[in-house]
Design a protein around this ligand. Structure first.
Ligand code: NAP
Ligand code: GDD
Length: 415
C-alpha cells in the first residue's frame, strides 16, 4: 500500500523532552513508526502514513505499511487493566486481555467496550488464563504475538497479602517470572516490550519523598512479592536485552476502584449514609498518608514508558500526600456533612457536626501488622523523560468518586 511521510518541525532537544503534544498530533495520523530526522538545527519527528488513512487514524488491522500494535494485558478485568485497554483501543491497538475463570461475571469494568469477536470490527479479545499457570501464559503469548505486554495481574490488596502470603507471592512474584520466561522461551525477547506494575508499597518505611533512587524497605508480603517482580524485570532487561520497564506507581483511584480499598470504601459509604442505607463507616488507621492520583492519568504513563526508545523504571505520582482522615472529611463534605473528630486512636470518632450523629468509628480489625505510614512520590524523572504529568487534583478525585457512587445508588434505586 502506498504511503507518504508526514513530519512535524521542532527545534527542541533532546527528543524525549517534548513527547506529549507533538506525539499526540502524530498519534492521530499514525501511532507507530516515528522517526527522527535532523536538518541543520531543526529536528523533525516523521511518520509513514498510509494513503488510505483518510480519517487520520490507524485502524489496527489489515494495513501492512504501518506495523500493527498488539497489546496483551494481564489483569484486564481490574481497575487499571480496563482503563488501559480502553486507552490503547483509542490509540488503534489490537488488545488482548487475560481474565480468570469465575463463577460469577467479573467483566463489569470492560463490558462497555467489549465487542463480540465475531464482528469484523472487533479489536478487543479475551482469553482465559491465570498467572499461576505457565503453560497457559506461554500459549496465550504465542497465539496473540503481542508487541507490548502490560503485566497488571496481581493479588493487589496489601492487607489480604498478610492472610494469603504464599498465594500473593505465587501470583505477584512468580507470576511475573512465568510471563517473562514465556517471552524468552518463545524467542520473543527482542520483539516485545514489557511493562511491570510495580508499586510504591515497595518503599515501605523509607522516608518520603520517594523516587527511583530511594532504597526499598518493604513492609508487607505484597511489597516483598512486588520487589521480586521488580528485580526480575530488571534482570531480564540486563540479561536478555529486553525492553522491560517498571512503573513504580503510587496509589491511583477512580470510580471503578475495588470496593475494599480505602478510598472506594469511603466514597461508597458516604453515598450509602446519605441515602439512609448505612449508619456508620468503620475504618482502620486514619493517620496513614498516601499520594493519591487518578488511575486515568496513570495508564497513559504506562503506555509512555513502552513508547520510549530505551526501557527504564519510572515513578508516577502527584507529589502530594493526604491522610485517610482528610479523605474522609472531604468525601463527607461532598454531601454537605462537616465532620468533627473526638477521642484518640482506637477511640477516635467522626461525628456529624450539625446533627451529632456518629458516622465514623475505628475498628482495629483493619489495622495492619506492619503499616506504611507516609508515601509521597517524586515523579521528576517521568516529567522530564516521558513528559508525563498528573492532571487530576486530590479534590477533583474525591469529588468524582463520591459523585459516581451517589449516581450508582440513584441508578440502583430506580431499577
Ligand atoms: P485490581 O483492580 O485488583 O486488578 C487486579 C487484576 O489482576 C484483576 O483483573 C484480577 O482478576 C487479576 N488477577 C488477580 N489474580 C490473578 C491471577 N492469579 N491470574 C490472573 N489474573 C489475576 O488492581 P489495580 O488497582 O487495577 O492494579 C493493577 C496492578 O497495578 C496490580 O498489579 C497492582 O498490584 C498494581 N498497582 C496498583 C496501584 C493502585 O493504586 N491501583 C498502585 C501500584 C501498583 P479478577 O478481576 O478476576 O480479580
Ligand atoms: N483497605 C483499607 N480499609 N485501608 C484502610 C482502612 C480500611 O478500612 N482504614 C485505613 N486504611 C489505610 C490502610 O491501613 C493504608 O494505610 C491506607 O488506608 C491505604 O490502604 P488501601 O486503600 O488498601 O491501599 P494500599 O496503600 O494499602 O495499597 C494500594 O496502593 C498500593 C500502592 O501504594 C493498592 O492498590 C496496592 O495494590 C498498591 O500497590
Amino acid at each position: 500500500m502506498p504511503a507518504h511521510e508526514k513530519c512535524l518541525l521542532t527545534t527542541i532537544r533532546p527528543a524525549q523532552q517534548f513527547p506529549n503534544q507533538v506525539r499526540g498530533l502524530l498519534d492521530r495520523i499514525a501511532p507507530t513508526a516515528y522517526d527522527w530526522r535532523t536538518t541543520g538545527p531543526i529536528r523533525m519527528l516523521c511518520a509513514q502514513v498510509p494513503d488510505s488513512n483518510t480519517d487520520g487514524r490507524f485502524s489496527g488491522r489489515g494495513d501492512d505499511s504501518v506495523a500493527k500494535q498488539v497489546a496483551l494485558i494481564t489483569g484486564v478485568t481490574g481497575q487499571d487493566g480496563a482503563l488501559l485497554a480502553e486507552f490503547l483501543l483509542g490509540k488503534g491497538y489490537e488488545v488482548h486481555g487475560i481474565k480468570r475463570r469465575s463463577s460469577t461475571f467479573n467483566t463489569g469494568r470492560i463490558d462497555h467496550f467489549y465487542v463480540d469477536p465475531h464482528e469484523a470490527s472487533a479489536r478487543f479479545f479475551l482469553h482465559h488464563g491465570d498467572m499461576t499457570d505457565s503453560t497457559n501464559l506461554i500459549r496465550i503469548v504465542q497465539e496473540t504475538q503481542p508487541t507490548e505486554i502490560y503485566n497488571l495481574a496481581a493479588q493487589s490488596h496489601v492487607q489480604v497479602s498478610f492472610e494469603t502470603p504464599e498465594h500473593t507471592a505465587n501470583v505477584d512474584a512468580l507470576g511475573t517470572l512465568r510471563l517473562l520466561e514465556a517471552i524468552r522461551i518463545l524467542g520473543m525477547t527482542d520483539r516485545v516490550r514489557f511493562y511491570q506494575a510495580s508499586s510504591s508499597e515497595m518503599f515501605g518505611s523509607a522516608p518520603p519523598p520517594q523516587s527511583e533512587q530511594t532504597p526499598f524497605q518493604p513492609r508487607s508480603p505484597y511489597a516483598a512479592a512486588k520487589l521480586y517482580a521488580y528485580w526480575s524485570t530488571i534482570n531480564y532487561r540486563e540479561a536478555y536485552g529486553m525492553h522491560a520497564s517498571n512503573g513504580i506507581l503510587f496509589n491511583h483511584e477512580g470510580p471503578t476502584r475495588g470496593e475494599t480499598f480505602v478510598t472506594r470504601k469511603i466514597t461508597r459509604a458516604v453515598a450509602a449514609i446519605e441515602a439512609g442505607l448505612q449508619d456508620r463507616l468503620y475504618l482502620g488507621n486514619l493517620n496513614a498518608r498516601r499520594d493519591w492520583g487518578s488511575a486515568r492519568d496513570y495508564v497513559e504513563g504506562m503506555w509512555l514508558m513502552l513508547a520510549q526508545d530505551e526501557p527504564g523504571d519510572y515513578v508516577l505520582a502527584t507529589g502530594e500526600t493526604h491522610s485517610v482522615r482528610e479523605f474522609v472529611e472531604l468525601a463527607f463534605e461532598q454531601v454537605g456533612v462537616t465532620l468533627r473528630w473526638t477521642g484518640t486512636e482506637r477511640d477516635e470518632h467522626g461525628i456529624d457536626a450539625s446533627s451529632g450523629a456518629l458516622l465514623v468509628e475505628v475498628d482495629p480489625h483493619y489495622f495492619r501488622p506492619t503499616e506504611v505510614d507516609d508515601l509521597v512520590g517524586d515523579a521528576g524523572k517521568a516529567h522530564e523523560i516521558l513528559g508525563w504529568r498528573h492532571r487530576t487534583t486530590f479534590r477533583e478525585l474525591v469529588e468524582e468518586m463520591v459523585a459516581a457512587d451517589r449516581e450508582l445508588l440513584h441508578k440502583r434505586s430506580r431499577m
